[in-house]
Ligand binder design. Structure first.
Ligand SMILES: Nc1nc2c(ncn2[C@@H]2O[C@H](COP(=O)(O)OP(=O)(O)O)[C@@H](O)[C@H]2O)c(=O)[nH]1
Ligand SMILES: [Mg+2]
Length: 316
């Protein structure tokens, strides 16, 4: 086993940081270490938190971390930020909100940039969760920014998915319709100190009654005022209930199994696309074909089919 894998399994935070940096740069030694530690994972519990920007996700993560740390358990926080030249402020804000945990050696914090990847969760998040798990961290909190389809990827890493909403957000119903209801295990109407919180909780509960995605688990709808720490105890209790439900019903293993199956298929696709792209880019006929397409000697679609035919399917 590689040295980094050994140090990771011994719970060394520096090895964890190093491994994540290697994963980010696509270093082959990272893949090797991940392979070695894979069978040592599965002990940590992962909670995903999603919802529109400003809903209070980071504040909730901060409060949950505080609560869980008081029980002696260790916490890992992965914050997924959409990278844009303008998002620096959001990351800075999150840092300030989680500041009190930066000096706590029982809390590991790392942010991940989406780098404009279209939709879904960056694949690295799955490896990061496993690395944190292998390092012996008890609870992993994954915060994603956004709404709608692009955030549904959180289901591919989380055991429990929290969806945070606010009373005043008028687009809530749209958010819920965009597939969020299929992945939410627990709803938080945060900023319950503002008008309309009860009304919104009732509206969500009403929608849940109409749609039964999982007849065995009806997602609770909780009111929280995160910046004051209100409702956080109850939230943690409900997360515990969901965990118990998943464990006793066998759904935890099922969920994790399908996450791994999906990850495998995604990896196959990713590697395949990358290899094909490399081949296309290095094909000596590429420029000539592009020129023919540009000058209307041939149409783009049939040129593409012809190009692939001659380049890949007839050779090797
Ligand atoms: N009034 C009110 N403000 C809150 C509450 N929870 C969080 N906030 C504030 O809402 C803003 C956005 O919170 P943040 O946690 O960064 O949201 P995120 O973008 O979802 O991570 C911050 O200024 C928080 O202090 C709450 O329950 N009530
Ligand atoms: Mg945030």
């Amino acid at each position: 086993m590689s040295e980094i894998a050994e140090r990771l399994l011994a719970g060394e935070q520096r090895a964890l940081s190093r491994l994540i940096t290697l994963l980010e740069s696509g270093d082959p030694s990272a893949a090797e270490a991940m392979k070695a530690v894979d069978s040592h994972t599965g002990r940590a519990y992962t909670v995903g938190i999603t919802g529109p920007p400003g809903a209070g996700k980071s504040t909730i993560v901060d409060q949950l971390t505080q609560l869980v740390r008081s029980t002696g358990q260790t916490v890992g926080i992965i914050a997924v930020d959409p990278t844009s030249p303008f998002s620096g402020g959001a990351i800075l804000g999150d840092r300030i909100r989680m500041q009190r945990h930066y000096l706590d050696s029982g809390v590991f914090i790392r942010s991940v940039a989406t780098r404009g990847q279209s939709g879904g969760l960056p694949r690295i998040v799955k490896s990061m969760v496993r690395a944190l798990d292998a390092a012996g961290i008890d609870l992993i909190l994954v915060e994603t920014v956004g709404v709608g389809q692009t955030e549904l990827g959180i289901i591919s890493v989380a055991d429990t998915v929290l969806v945070a909403l606010n009373p005043e957000s008028g687009d809530t119903i749209q958010t819920l319709k965009a597939g969020v209801m299929e992945i939410a295990d627990l709803y938080l109407v945060n900023k319950a100190d503002r008008e309309g919180a009860n009304h919104m909780a009732t509206a969500i509960t009403g929608m849940l009654h109409m749609a039964t995605y999982n007849p065995k688990w009806t997602p609770p709808v909780l009111l929280t005022t995160a910046h004051l720490g209100q409702g956080i105890d109850e939230l943690w209790e409900k997360v515990g209930e969901h965990r118990k439900f998943l464990t006793t019903s066998g759904e935890l293993n099922e969920r994790r199994g399908s996450q791994r199956r999906r990850e495998f298929l995604e990896a196959v696709e990713e590697v395949l696309v990358q290899r094909l792209r490399d081949k296309v880019e290095n094909d000596p006929n590429l420029n000539a074909t592009l020129e023919k397409v540009a000058t209307k000697e041939t149409d783009p679609y049939s040129a593409a089919l012809g190009f692939l035919e001659s380049s890949f399917f007839s050779v090797d």
